[in-house]
Design a protein around this ligand. Structure first.
Ligand code: ADP
Ligand code: MG
Length: 393
């Protein structure tokens, strides 16, 4: 996929509307993890250096259309200012008189941040007039919000119908790193999938059955497959209505010669806490109120052996409830080991990244760590992403 990038644009003295993904975790009005802000800096710095006037916009959390004080962009604007070392002016809406005034006052080298785009219902509905209004403040549009390119919202897709649109450096980097995986890859090619829910990952399993040599499953996702095999999963997180689908996928994989590997052993506990007593047992022993909360140690070693031999690895989703110490081992040891393995390693997903951060592992130790969860997976499924399509050269 060839993209129009900001290098192709003449931005001097132009007002540039930049869509970033500043959907960052906040606590007590402070940005807890500024990775997404840091990742956008190359694009913003380039625009500033090139003499542009910048308007940045993003969504933050799920405010459901209403103004929500806890989801205002002020802490984000503050942190961006500190990182960029410029004064970032923040307005309290993303359209309207205040925005108009602030845009008029912009000079080359200025940065203005709009309020959370999701304070307007029109954002997710990709409302034409709302998009047109956003677009009216600028001369051109730059998209650098890789994490949201799989969604056709007003600020990611709608505005591109009204402005010349270009990809920023982060989107360019993500697309360059990930698209080779759609072609011929070095084998063995192993996909490791975990996390809580099946439905966001099912498409990937389907798409990769014909491509990957092995698909290793962990987390709540694996529990559904284990239940679908007829085992008792006790009180584990699983999706009963997805068991048929799980069985279909297992059959399809068998036909295609792709091995879907389920955990044979699991760490169980009867509650989720930091101090609970756990047991490592075979899947066949699970019963009563037991919850399967991590892969067992024998399974962990089996997965590590497979990953060690792999030449290409895609990993999305923690294999256990890593936030709690008794269930972090599987995710921690896999993340740790991948740093030393010979295969190329592609990681993505909000919680997968949080897990790396939680364990203190450096993103640089992997081939590519994507800022996108859903966006990465949909791109890797070969789907057309609405927010990328509009940036094509
Ligand atoms: P990502 O954001 O990386 O795509 P998901 O959002 O799908 O990952 O899932 C991450 C969540 O899944 C984490 O909060 C983790 O605690 C949870 N999880 C993983 N394994 C289990 C399990 N066995 N039971 C319950 N929750 C789990
Ligand atoms: Mg998640």
């Amino acid at each position: 996929m060839k993209l129009k990038t900001i290098k192709d644009a003449d931005v001097k003295d132009k007002t540039v509307l930049v869509r970033v993904d500043y959907n960052v975790p906040l606590e007590n009005g402070e940005v807890m993890d500024d990775t997404r802000i840091t990742e956008s800096l190359p694009t913003l710095q380039y625009l500033l250096k090139s003499g542009a006037k910048i308007i940045v916009m993003s969504h933050l959390g799920r405010p459901k259309g209403d103004n929500n004080d806890e989801l205002k962009m002020d802490p984000v604007a503050k942190r961006l200012g500190e990182l960029l070392k410029v004064n970032v002016k923040k307005v309290d809406s993303c359209i309207g008189d205040e925005v108009e005034e602030a845009v008029k006052a912009l000079e080359a080298g200025d940065v203005l941040m709009l309020e959370n785009t999701r304070f307007h219902d029109e954002e997710k509905k990709n409302d034409k007039n709302f998009a047109k209004k956003l677009a009216s403040y600028a001369d051109l549009f730059v998209s650098d919000a890789f994490g949201t390119v799989h969604r056709a919202h007003a600020s990611t897709e709608g505005v591109t119908h009204h402005l010349d649109s270009y990809a920023g450096f982060l989107i360019e980097k993500e697309v360059e790193a990930l698209t080779p995986l759609l072609g011929k890859v070095d084998r063995p090619f192993v996909l490791l999938l975990g996390g809580a829910k099946i439905d966001t990952k099912i498409g990937v399993i389907k798409a990769y059955i014909s491509k990957a040599d092995k698909i290793l499953l962990g987390g709540g996702l694996a529990n559904t497959f284990v239940a679908a095999q007829g085992f008792n999963v006790g009180e584990s997180l699983y999706e009963e209505d997805k068991m048929d689908l799980a069985r279909e996928l297992m059959l399809e994989a068998e036909k295609e010669g792709c091995e879907i590997v389920l955990p044979g052993g699991t760490i169980v506990a009867d509650e989720i806490s930091d101090s609970v007593v756990t047991a490592d047992m075979e899947i066949t022993g699970v019963e009563g109120n037991m919850k399967m909360l991590d892969i067992g140690v024998k399974t962990l070693y089996k997965y590590l052996d497979i990953l060690k031999e792999a030449k290409t690895i895609i990993w999305n989703g923690p294999v256990g409830l890593y936030e709690k110490q008794p269930f972090e081992r599987g995710t921690r040891e896999i993340a740790d080991a991948l740093r030393g393995y010979k295969g190329k390693t592609y990681l993505g997903g909000g919680d997968t990244l949080s897990a790396l951060k939680h364990f203190g592992f450096d993103r640089k130790d992997y081939t590519h760590v994507s800022t996108g969860g859903g966006a990465m997976l949909e791109l890797l499924e070969g789907k057309e992403l609405p927010g990328l399509k509009v940036l094509q050269a």
